[in-house]
Design a protein around this ligand. Structure first.
Ligand code: PA5
Length: 425
């Protein structure tokens, strides 16, 4: 039976029979192009392949790290950072660490000297492992942080540092690969045909999130389910393609901003992963929707006014998880000075969900197109599914506006300028 984990609904923008007819052949054509492409599409079938050996290695390394360290420091940027951080934040407790993992912290995703100084101080009274992640092996932010952390580990652990540094990189090329081979660091491969922002389901994401305590078997099960269901070329049956088409219709109607919104603060980093995925995949050749994000209800008190009544440049994609593991019931208070006894006995998650409904209706009434993506539960399985869903939708979206979903030529511009300035100083 064909069951869909992501329920895509339209509040006030429509994907009607005419849209389906208009897009369906183009969708099949792009679907076939993607399935049969020769470059950078390794992520499409990755969850369907057998990775038992790799997953066992990750499990063993995780066990070793958790036994010998208090903290895993992950060094990486962009696609080599955001996915792991997103899943970790979404699925570990707001306070403290997950019962099945240890603390995982990140560095190398910017060049703040203050952050580096403080992270080294923070590590001083803790046992440490390092996971440096870079596909190219030559990204400035990552390489700089690795230089510092590698020396730090050598000072603290001497020879044992070799055991405590784990490298995730391209299996064949790059400076990091060369260093790892020369020194003998343990390595996990980033498949050559999977680009950074499509790599969270590979060791890039799996090692850090496993150490953080997340069940990667469940995570990959969800991704596998998505990879099977979303192999469907028929637009009427493929929700990822429906989402891509809705975005395309709105883009062609003149909307230039997509606002991803959700109601659980632990999804903030997930929003950032989504922003990078769509921003780097679509924003080129002077085309593409600008992806941005908000967390409600916090941001309703910040940017809500603009969304409701400001320039009509944006549409909203509301991401909602029906079940969140922890909850709290509003207590009855005999004094009732705050007048809130009408909410006594109701759960905060229920009130939050009602605020989601109210927000969607208010924004729709205010003329903002609202797409709703509904997931049953915020857990590893559903997040694995959702990540694959977005990657599939993103590749389709980029192809619909005729740009290459897998390159990022614009990112090179700042690197060139920065290098010129640094070398000439
Ligand atoms: O999506 C991408 O390809 C980029 O965001 C990269 O992940 C990012 O630039 C980091 O690259 P690397 O893994 O080569 O250090």
């Amino acid at each position: 039976m064909y069951t869909k984990l992501v329920q895509t609904t339209l509040l006030n923008c429509t994907l009607d029979h005419h849209d389906i007819e208009r897009y369906k052949n183009r969708i099949v054509q792009i679907h076939d192009e993607l399935e049969n492409a020769h470059e950078m599409i390794g992520w499409i079938d990755y969850p369907l392949q057998n990775h038992d050996q790799l997953f066992n290695e990750i499990k063993n390394v995780k066990r070793e790290i958790c036994a010998k360290a208090d903290v895993l420091v992950v060094i990486g940027i962009g696609g080599s950072f955001l996915g792991a951080r997103a899943v970790q934040d979404a699925l570990t407790p707001y306070f403290g660490v997950h019962k099945d993992g240890i603390e995982v912290i990140y560095v190398g995703h910017h060049m703040s000297g203050a952050y580096m100084h403080q992270i080294l101080e923070y590590l001083d009274d803790k046992e440490v492992y390092i996971n440096v992640i870079s596909k190219s092996g030559g990204t400035m932010e990552t390489a700089l942080a690795f230089r510092v952390l590698r020396q730090y580990m050598e000072r603290r652990y001497g020879e044992e540092a070799i055991q405590r540094i784990i490298v995730t990189t391209d299996p064949e090329k790059g400076i990091l690969k060369k260093i790892a081979d020369a020194i003998g660091y343990r390595q996990f491969p980033i498949p050559s045909d999977i680009g950074g922002r499509y790599s969270v389901l590979t060791p890039v994401g799996l090692l850090p999130i496993s150490v953080a305590g997340i069940d990667i078997a469940q995570f990959m099960e969800g991704a596998k389910k998505a990879a099977i269901e979303l192999k469907e070329p028929d637009l009427e049956l493929n929700h990822a393609y429906q989402y891509a088409v809705m975005r395309n219709i709105l883009y062609n109607e003149g909307y230039s901003v997509e606002l991803l919104a959700s109601f659980e603060p632990s999804l903030k980093k997930f929003h950032e992963w989504w922003m990078q995925l769509f921003g780097e995949s679509e924003g080129k050749e002077r085309k593409g929707l600008f992806p941005t994000c908000v967390t409600y209800s916090t941001d309703l008190h910040a940017i809500g006014q603009f969304i409701q009544e400001g320039s009509p440049i944006l549409f909203e994609t509301l991401l909602h998880f029906h079940e969140i593991t922890d909850d709290y019931t509003v207590p009855f208070d005999g004094r009732n000075e705050d007048g809130l006894n009408y909410l006594a006995g109701r759960s905060l998650n229920e009130i939050n969900a009602t605020s989601k409904q109210g927000t969607a209706l208010a924004h729709a009434e205010g003329g903002v197109p609202v797409i709703q993506l509904e997931m049953a539960k915020l857990d590893a399985y559903h997040l694995g599914y959702l990540i694959y869903f977005f990657m599939k939708a993103c590749a389709m979206s980029a192809k619909l506006i005729e740009v290459n979903p897998f390159d990022q030529p614009g990112v090179e511009a700042y690197k060139r300028k920065m290098l010129e300035l640094l070398i000439n100083k």
